[in-house]
Design a protein around this ligand. Structure first.
Ligand SMILES: [Zn+2]
Length: 304
């Protein structure tokens, strides 16, 4: 499609491309459900096709993102076993994130955003289930971020028109984000370990913030660390209040889909995954806060 045809369709049907982005995102979300479930078990994410817990393959018409879950009311057609609300939730979330990317960024940057938010969603739910973030979403995502910054320097706001200059600036932004982000978390983790006399943050968090920095720059990495602490505090406060008012044990992490997974009990000193908080903060920065933060920093720089 030529760019003028693209612009014409956009002008005549403003809802068309955002709707396509949502549907595509929901389909990617459906694939992410498979990745979240299978990747930590080192199973192939391609074969075999989706199948029910009873062993029956799931038909394509029962595997439509979001809709199938609603039509079947969260139950399998073959044997009636319940499917977690989390499956349509991940599809809906990914669809919404893809739509926001599309609405906020030029198309080519939006596609980079799709890759980034997909990895954040997968890393979040794997960390909730297993307390680990696979290397592919930390080291892999960081390396990918540097490559993408060279291919699409506009991701880091470099748009001078001279590609080679922009590409070098893009790589510099991504590398600075990666190194400053992971270096800062490493120092925080080391200091916290000395002060608290226990491991406060895992090495996975160090690598994960580095990867977020490769997509968000060093400013985004710093925002992610402090934003993640805020998100974590709110998360903890809500879970703690829920535990106090209902008298029931709040699970810091939701029960895993896997039989061996157990809901993590909440309590001070409990081991709570920090990856989801970092992913939320990093995603918020990428989608909403990058512009305001960078212009605020430019204003501050003028003052001093
Ligand atoms: Zn079944």
């Amino acid at each position: 499609m030529t760019s003028s045809a693209f612009a014409e369709v956009s002008a005549a049907f403003p809802w068309f491309f955002p709707a396509v982005a949502f549907i595509f995102g929901a389909c990617v979300g459906s694939f992410l459900n498979v990745v979240i479930y299978r990747l930590p078990k080192e199973q192939s994410v391609v074969t075999p096709g989706s199948h029910c817990g009873c062993g029956q393959p799931i038909r394509f018409y029962d595997n439509i993102p979001i809709l199938s879950w609603l039509i079947l009311r969260g139950r399998a057609r073959c044997c009636g076993r319940a499917f977690s609300f989390r499956y349509p939730f991940v599809e809906l979330l990914t669809g919404l994130l893809f739509t926001v990317c599309w609405l906020h960024f030029p198309p080519v940057v939006a596609v980079c955003g799709w890759i980034f938010v997909s990895c954040l969603v997968a890393a979040t739910f794997i960390d909730l289930d297993h307390m680990i973030i696979p290397d592919v979403f930390t080291i892999g995502l960081g390396v990918l971020g540097v490559f993408i910054a060279a291919l699409v320097p506009a991701l880091h706001g470099h748009d001078s028109g001279i590609y080679l200059v922009d590409a070098l600036r893009g790589v510099r932004s991504a590398l600075l984000g990666l190194l400053i982000g992971s270096g800062l978390v490493l120092w925080i983790a080391l200091i916290a370990e000395v002060v608290l006399r226990k491991e406060a943050m895992g090495f996975g968090d160090v690598k994960f913030v580095g990867a977020i920095g490769a997509f968000c720059g060093w400013q985004g990495a710093v925002f992610t660390i402090f934003g993640g602490a805020v998100v974590g505090t709110v998360w903890f406060a809500i879970a703690w209040a829920w535990e106090k008012t209902t008298g029931r044990r709040a699970a810091a992490a939701p029960p895993s889909e896997t039989p061996e997974g157990e809901a993590a009990p909440l309590g001070f000193g409990a081991h709570i995954p920090f990856g989801p908080m970092l992913a939320i903060a990093g995603g918020l920065y990428f989608l909403f806060f990058r512009g305001p933060v960078l212009s605020w920093m430019a204003e501050m720089a003028q003052l001093f």
